[in-house]
Design a protein around this ligand. Structure first.
Ligand SMILES: Nc1ncnc2c1ncn2[C@@H]1O[C@H](COP(=O)(O)OP(=O)(O)OP(=O)(O)O)[C@@H](O)[C@H]1O
Ligand SMILES: [Mg+2]
Length: 209
């Protein structure tokens, strides 16, 4: 769809190692003389970072309805796509994005149970027709990945504080999405970081090199 740039997104529940691997993949791709831009959702523009704070940390926003949450994620995304992602892809960058609209399908659609047809419509509206070239799904048992997080901090954000059942629904939805679309690659994220990084690079190489 694009001239040169690539758009790769990284998905999976909390604590599966997305942020850890994105920095590794960014280094690997830069070492091949590619222009790389790493981003994370929600955030990465002035407006989107303010929305991120409302969504995750603002103590006054804990009474948030699922509909409000959905629209805030989409608003953050609409800004990020137009201000950053589209121009970067246009300049030939490899854009690596920590979460994108598949998170909305899994979290707000499957776990919060908002109507899927509305999610799909809003995802496509916010993304302005942009679809990732490849989406890596970090798959592992939520009990294990959430255990990694409690190791990280006792101060969990609004969404991290949900229960195991919530994250199991999300994992199930990611796997279901992956079954129906060749854009997705599912990776076993329970293994140690070095091997995990190699596996992801192999998948990227298979697809693009
Ligand atoms: N392959 C791995 N094996 C064991 N621990 C890992 C692995 N990858 C990352 N970790 C550790 O698990 C924790 C979560 O990793 P990371 O922050 O990369 O996950 P994440 O998917 O980005 O989480 P979030 O969705 O909350 O941002 C960190 O403490 C990290 O050091
Ligand atoms: Mg992360």
């Amino acid at each position: 769809m694009w001239l040169d740039g690539k758009f790769i997104t990284f998905e999976g529940i909390e604590g599966t190692g997305k942020s850890t691997q994105i920095s590794f993949i960014a280094k690997e791709l830069s070492a091949r003389s590619l222009d790389v831009l790493t981003l994370r959702e929600p955030g990465c523009t002035k407006i989107s970072e303010k929305i991120r704070n409302l969504l995750q940390y603002d103590k006054e926003c804990h009474n948030m309805f699922p509909e409000t949450e959905l629209l805030l994620f989409e608003a953050s995304r609409a800004q990020l796509v137009r201000e950053v992602i589209a121009p970067a892809i246009g300049k030939g960058f490899w854009v690596l994005c920590d979460r994108f609209f598949d998170s909305t399908t899994a979290y707000q659609g499957s776990a919060r149970k908002l109507p899927m047809h509305i999610i799909e419509m809003l995802n496509s509206f916010a993304a302005g027709g942009y679809v990732p070239d490849m989406t890596v799904i970090f798959d592992m048992d939520p009990a294990l990945s959430l255990g990694r997080l409690t190791g990280r901090s006792t101060n969990l954000d609004r969404i991290e504080a949900e229960d195991l059942e919530f994250f199991s629904l999300i994992r199930k939805k990611y796997l279901e999405m992956a079954k129906n679309d060749s854009r997705f690659v599912v990776i076993d994220a329970s293994i140690e970081p070095v091997m995990l990084g190699k596996n992801i690079m192999n998948e990227i190489a298979k697809k693009f090199f």
